[in-house]
Design a protein around this ligand. Structure first.
Ligand SMILES: *Cc1c(COP(=O)(O)O)cnc(C)c1O
Length: 467
């Protein structure tokens, strides 16, 4: 019987050299094809039929596996960076950051401890320092990159609850309570579930957002038992649905008065703080105890990359530092430094801030300002186009880069039919949502602009398709 050679995962044979070139070629093609294909999902059965068995004892070979991905599977995913993908919150990672994502993986860095990942964590911290400097928070502030906004919000809330628990022995016997707004992201309620916290929602004020007065009313109306349980307020700086920023300055004041943690969820919109003329919209954010910003949303970084920033980074340590006998070996001078695992949930972690760092280092911060500014500008221009067309109705002036509008006479199913038709043609992905004002809910179309490659002609073509 012929003796089968067991392949070594790391052997440098002809096959792996070819695989390397094939993959680099794929990456170069994908990056240079900026208009790309939009992609369209298929059912799991359809995909299985198209690709067949991929997991076998002897392997199907790199060439085959890559071919299946390139020709079938990649086309069954939406290209988040397609210029006419304006659904949910799209993504548009810079080429530099995508390429450096490959470098990050190739460098095999463990990003939990300085001892292991000093050079990589240094890169992350350079990018973080720039981000923090834009918030106006004091010197004590710093942050850490997380897997996304959900993980960032949860990390912040864990820190907030720890501070509350330490305030009084009684608190250790209570179920914690947090307050947020109607417009808060779904992940806030999800996070409260993980924490075992109750949530109270504040109604919108006159500017369609949470303000100090409405928040104060809710707090004043709490029974003493509930007031004792209250540990945090979560404001949003750029609601995902409509781009609306809460009255951060007023909310900060209320939180200060009641001595409760003030968190700002800017997962989507927080990035706009890097644009000088947009900073006034965020007035009060400099009083936050913690801020979430997702670089994978509006800072042109590949998935997945969120960030949590703390007013006093040391406060996060109590909640997050993991203790284990095998983790106590930091003797070398060079091993003493910033340990990202002390400030968020994850232990083993990718130094996921490295791609952002490289791209900012390469292009400079001004390029980031103008790329974010572009989203706000094209949102305004799109609103003007909508106003010019009599079959459309603008719901409200855009906030940040979100535009809500209606096609007169359309119902929910007209919007969804239109969405799926556009998707099947490979033309565009624009999805409907709802807008609630004064208790009445309406179905609306929604644009969210992230990609600097989206042109006003793209927008015109999409609006034309609704006529
Ligand atoms: C997207 C978003 C989140 C969740 O972030 P993920 O990165 O998807 O986990 C939280 N809050 C807001 C406001 C968001 O837009």
């Amino acid at each position: 019987m012929k003796k089968q050679r067991i392949k070594n995962l790391n052997s440098i044979d002809l096959e792996s050299v070819e695989m390397t070139f094939d993959i680099i070629k794929y990456v170069i093609n994908r990056l240079s094809d900026t208009k790309g294909i939009l992609g369209n999902p298929k059912s799991e059965e359809q995909l299985k039929e198209l690709v067949g068995e991929t997991i076998t004892e002897d392997g199907i070979g790199g060439e085959k596996a890559l071919e299946l991905f390139r020709d079938v599977l990649s086309k069954a995913t939406i290209s988040e960076d397609h210029p006419r993908n304006l659904a949910f919150v799209p993504a548009a990672p810079s080429k530099a950051s995508i390429l450096f994502d490959l470098v990050t993986a190739a460098s095999s860095i463990h990003g939990a401890y300085w001892m292991m990942g000093a050079g990589g964590i240094f890169c992350e911290n350079e990018a973080m320092r720039w981000l923090v400097s834009n918030t106006g928070l004091p010197e004590t502030a710093f942050g850490v990159f997380t897997s996304g906004g959900t993980a960032a919000n949860l990390s912040a809330m864990l820190a907030a609850r720890e501070v509350w628990l330490e305030k009084s022995e009684i608190n250790k016997t209570l179920k914690s309570l947090l307050i947020t707004s109607n417009g808060a992201h779904s992940s806030i309620k999800q996070m409260a579930k993980v924490l075992g916290s109750d949530v109270i929602l504040v109604e919108d004020g006159d500017n369609d957002n949470m303000n100090g007065e409405k928040l104060n009313e809710v707090i004043k109306g709490l029974q003493p038992y509930d007031y004792q349980r209250l540990f945090a307020v979560v404001a949003t700086s750029g609601t995902t649905n409509a781009g609306i920023i809460d009255e951060l300055d007023e909310i900060a004041e209320v939180c200060q008065k009641h001595n409760i943690w003030f968190h700002v969820d800017g997962a989507y919109g927080g990035a706009a703080i890097v644009v000088p003329e947009l900073k006034p919209l965020f007035k009060g954010i400099e009083k936050a105890d913690s801020i979430t910003i997702d670089p994978h949303k509006w800072l042109f970084t590949p998935y997945d990359c969120g960030a949590i920033i703390y007013r006093d980074i040391e406060q996060a340590k109590k909640a997050h530092t993991q203790k284990g006998t095998y983790l106590e070996i930091f003797k070398d001078e060079g091993a003493r430094g910033f340990n990202p695992s002390d400030y968020q949930l994850q232990l083993s972690r990718r130094t996921r801030g490295m791609p952002l760092w490289f791209s900012i280092a390469m292009h400079g911060t001004k390029a980031y300002e103008s790329a974010v500014r572009y989203g706000v500008t094209i949102a305004k221009k799109s609103a003007d186009l909508i106003k010019e067309r009599d079959y459309l109705r603008l719901i409200r002036e855009p906030s940040l880069s979100v535009v809500l509008f209606q096609r007169k006479g359309w119902e929910y199913k007209d919007y969804t039919n239109w969405t799926y038709e556009n998707l099947q043609k490979g033309f565009a992905l624009v999805t409907p949502t709802t807008w609630t004002k004064d208790g009445s809910e309406e179905v609306v179309a929604r644009f969210c602009f992230i990609n600097p490659e989206t042109t006003i002609d793209d927008v015109k073509a999409i609006l034309d398709s609704m006529e």
